[in-house]
Ligand binder design. Structure first.
Ligand SMILES: Cc1cc2nc3c(=O)[nH]c(=O)nc-3n(C[C@H](O)[C@H](O)[C@H](O)COP(=O)(O)OP(=O)(O)OC[C@H]3O[C@@H](n4cnc5c(N)ncnc54)[C@H](O)[C@@H]3O)c2cc1C
Length: 852
């Protein structure tokens, strides 16, 4: 095959391009790898600033695809420096004869898709056009330094250095007055070294970063021993971990231990000198702002203990954004450097740079001369190198245009409208939020397997479907929405580049989850892709992940526990089991007052718990019915949800312990529910409530009895109700709906459990009675306004949907929230699943509206 017509063109000869070249050759694909630089190594070729080093322990940041390398190469330090990592890349390239497959000093400038030939034409800076079937951007996530965007940069006549494009021969700052602009990772690594040489060093800081000490030294003995003993297990754990490094997942909340204990735990993490340790000390650091603040304050305490000048210490202390939402840095003596008398920190918020001049910098009300300026102003991350090439796909669509409001990809690997184009560690993949070596290898292998399959099965093109791409965008958003990332102006969010869209560029669902998804896509026949060849075509359309990520994590954790099913227990044991599980959950918010009491049920006294807001009353009253399939649960079993509804809606919640089956079968629960409602209405004033503002609410079987009580109240001519809030209610036990089959297993409430509940509660002949199945009532007209919440992965989803539709048809005002990606139980899990919060907020809002 001609050199200018190959199977695959790969742009970039960093670790990604190198490994891909190796794999393509192994499979007999012809390829060209094109690289702007003069050598392999990518990041480690360009970033030669003093102090540049890996901040993931280098034992983890190593190729795994050539097992011989583990014996042939020994890292001299825990966090190896740039020259050593570059030597490693060169060693691998030589060993595997990769140099012969790479064209250096060649920049790819344009690429366009040829719909007739079903190939890409790639144009280079040397004037060559190369035609290829598959086109891979292995161009790196942090390979395009960002323009400093400061007035007057071109005026300065002295030497200018950019950390990401450092001169190969090095720089000697001895005796010089040096300015460093920026305090991100590269600055934090280089500043202590520059300070050692410079006569005077001024650092211009816009936003302080969190930095932890590398505590560098030889490779950690325990890690080396573990790798020697069982490398395979270690690597497998890394691949399925959150960030590509196997670390123990935290189980403690930062808010669940006293501050002193929390700081002791953080001190241990700090002393480990690992990038991920501090953030992985507590389970809620990434999702709960208050928990995160414990870590942030710990780091600020450290800064204050190191930096002698309190004003400088305060300036270096990050505030106003959560720890980890900007890339945390690793340093060696960064904070200590500010104790040196010739080092000064300038806060750009109070002394902005007015202009760079011919000889120095004008800032605030000062003007200073410098012998050299160092720009450590970061990168146009993740998308910069991709859109720097003019890529034109089908129908003249350019990638730049398509991405102007944010990158749209399927799996971060491909994009609709650009057949046979692949990105390695692209936006929408874990990428910069991971140990990149693990992510690079996974992407290379996915691309390799995909194009091998295409060749074997006679396909010429592969392109994701719009449905799959939109589904992936939504899943990435779902993952981001439950974290604190959205609140921070970071390069993860594109906020460092003017005009760049503000979305979370990397996928934050974790390396392990992401890998499983990518594997699943292949296992399901390339789900979400259309493959076409001259003789055959395949299109398996669909969305690979719709379940909320935190809900999925809980389901996975529960599956691992291998708990006995409730339906295999006696009702008594099921109750004990359920009560024990409840003791482990967060309590929910504080309310003004809790009062326990009894009220007359339909056949004797029953207990209740009243939750009163801290605000002055009288309040509206919501009579609440707990979930538990009429068999388990009590007036206290939905405590966190009742507390939250009380606080958020500013209402009294009165939770009722209606009688349970099988001791008290149908219609005991329904009769008690109505009796409780009547009693509350008659006693509202003495309960501190407003008799004219009463509503009902219930979850699951509680939703069933709430709906029934509402109908009974209508039929009895009172009490008059302002509304009914039904969360994933059971409303029709007479038949099996499709969702009961679809979600029969795997989502906590199973079909088998629901059958068990019904068996205990009501005879089959009773299940068509409207007091058991309120959907079957003769008329639904005249009922109070309803808010109904149904969940996508709930066996009861379709009956809830049917009730909402039937109420609407009967003229009842209905707000129907179909909670995407949720299960029967997930929405009510207060302070456990952040993804349920928006739905609960809407429920609280609905209660407020009932009483407005
Ligand atoms: C200072 C620094 C420190 C880092 N430390 C870590 C760390 O500790 N742990 C970690 O996991 N990751 C780290 N990273 C991220 C690092 O980029 C990745 O780990 C990894 O090296 C990326 O490899 P790559 O092959 O995907 O891309 P790169 O190494 O960036 O290589 C891409 C190559 O593509 C070339 N290229 C781009 N566009 C074109 C074009 N149009 N035509 C031709 N050639 C082109 C570039 O010249 C470059 O050589 C760091 C990044 C930086 C900048």
């Amino acid at each position: 095959m001609a050199r200018n017509d190959v199977d695959v063109v790969v742009v970039g000869a960093g670790f990604a391009g190198m490994y891909l070249l190796h794999e393509l050759r192994k499979l007999g694909f012809s390829s060209r790898v094109l690289e702007t630089g003069t050598d392999v190594g990518g990041t480690w070729y360009w970033n030669r600033y003093p102090g540049a080093r890996c901040d993931i322990a280098t034992t983890d940041y190593s190729y795994t695809w050539d097992p011989e390398l583990h014996d042939e190469w020994t890292w001299s330090e825990k966090h190896a420096a740039q020259p050593e990592i570059l030597r490693y890349a060169q060693y691998v390239a030589k060993k595997h004869d990769l140099y012969s497959g790479i064209d250096f000093e060649v920049k790819v400038e344009e690429a366009e898709w040829d719909e007739v030939a079903k190939k890409w034409h790639v144009h280079t800076s040397t004037g060559e056009t190369i035609t290829c079937r598959h086109y891979v951007m292995a161009t790196g996530c942090l390979s395009v330094p960002k323009d400093p965007d400061i007035k007057g940069t071109d005026r300065y006549r002295g030497p200018v250095y950019v950390t990401g494009r450092w001169p190969h021969e090095g720089v000697d700052f001895t005796g010089q007055r040096v300015a460093v602009i920026g305090t991100g990772s590269s600055a934090i690594q280089s500043i202590p070294h520059i300070a050692e040489q410079a006569k005077e060093l001024v650092i211009f800081q816009r936003t302080p970063n969190f930095s932890v000490p590398a505590i560098n030294g030889p490779q950690p003995a325990d890690r080396v021993a573990r790798l020697k003993a069982d490398r395979a297990t270690y690597e497998a754990e890394a691949k399925l971990s959150m960030s590509g490094v196997p670390i123990e997942l935290p189980t403690v909340s930062a808010l669940g231990v006293p501050r002193e204990t929390a700081f002791e735990m953080l001190e241990k993490s700090w002393q480990r000198g690992e990038l991920l340790s501090l953030g992985a000390t507590f389970m809620d650091a990434g999702t709960n702002r208050d928990a995160n603040e414990v870590i942030a304050e710990f780091v600020r305490t450290k800064i204050r203990s190191i930096v002698k000048d309190p004003e400088t210490a305060e300036l270096l202390s990050p505030r106003g954004y959560p720890y980890g939402t900007k890339r945390p840095c690793m340093d060696t003596n960064y904070y200590q450097t500010f104790n040196l008398s010739h080092v000064r920190l300038v806060d750009l918020n109070t002394k902005p740079i007015r202009s760079i001049t011919e000889t120095g910098i004008e800032f605030g009300d000062e003007s200073k001369e410098f012998d050299a300026i160092v720009y450590a102003t970061g990168f146009d991350a993740m998308t910069g190198a991709i859109v720097a090439v003019d890529i034109t796909g089908k129908d003249g669509l350019t990638l730049k245009k398509k991405w102007e409001n944010g990158p749209l990809t399927y799996l971060g690997l491909t994009s609709v409208g650009f057949p046979n184009l692949y990105m390695i560690t692209g936006p929408g993949s874990p990428s910069v939020l991971s140990n990149m070596m693990v992510s690079i290898e996974q992407h290379v292998e996915w691309i390799r397997d995909t194009i091998a399959k295409m060749r074997d099965e006679g396909f010429e093109t592969i392109e994701p479907t719009p449905v799959a791409e939109e589904g992936w965008r939504q899943h990435c958003t779902d993952c981001a929405d439950i974290t604190l990332f959205q609140d921070t102006n970071s390069w993860y969010m594109g906020a460092n580049v003017p005009g760049k869209p503000r979305v979370l560029f990397p996928y934050i669902g974790g390396v392990g989850r992401y890998r499983k998804i990518c594997d699943e896509v292949i296992a399901r026949g390339h789900l979400g892709f259309e493959l076409k060849g001259p003789k055959n075509a395949s299109r398996v359309d669909g969305v690979v992940r719709e379940i909320q990520p935190d809900v999925e994590s809980v389901l996975e954790a529960m599956a691992l526990m291998n708990l006995p099913t409730m339906e295999s227990m006696s009702p008594a044991d099921a109750r004990t089991f359920s009560e024990m599980s409840s003791t482990m959950r967060p309590p929910g918010p504080e309310v003004g007052e809790i009062v326990d009491g009894t009220l007359p049920g339909a056949d004797g006294p029953i207990e209740y718990r009243l939750y009163r807001p801290a605000t002055p009353g009288p309040h509206p009253i919501v009579v609440y019915y707990h979930g538990g399939g009429w068999v388990i649960g009590s007036h206290t079993s939905d405590d966190p949800l009742c507390r939250e509804l009380c606080v958020k809606s500013d209402v009294v919640i009165l939770s009722v312990n209606y009688r349970h089956a099988p001791e008290h079968r149908f219609p005991a629960a329904a009769d008690d529910a109505f009796a409780a409602l009547q009693w509350v209405a008659a006693n509202a004033a003495s309960l501190g409530g407003d008799p004219d503002r009463i509503a009902v609410a219930g979850w699951s079987a509680g939703g069933n009895v709430a709906a029934v009580a509402t109908q009974l109240a209508r039929d009895a001519g009172g009490p008059a109700l302002r509304g009914q809030l039904l969360l994933t209610p059971a409303v029709d036990g007479s038949k099996t709906y499709p969702s009961m089959r679809e979600n029969a297993e795997g989502y906590i409430l199973t079909k088998a459990l629901m059958d068990w509940f019904w068996e205990h509660y009501a005879d089959p002949s009773d299940r068509s009675h409207p007091k058991a199945s309120p959907l079957l009532a003769e008329s639904l007209a005249g009922l109070p306004p309803a808010m109904i919440v149904t969940a996508q992965y709930d066996p009861l989803r379709d009956e809830g949907n049917a009730y909402a539709e039937a109420l609407k048809a009967a003229g009842v005002p209905v707000q129907h929230l179909k909670a995407k990606g949720h299960t029967h139980t997930s929405i009510g899990m207060v302070d456990v699943l952040p993804s349920g919060k928006p739905a609960r907020n809407e429920m609280a809002e609905a209660l407020r509206r009932f009483f407005a």
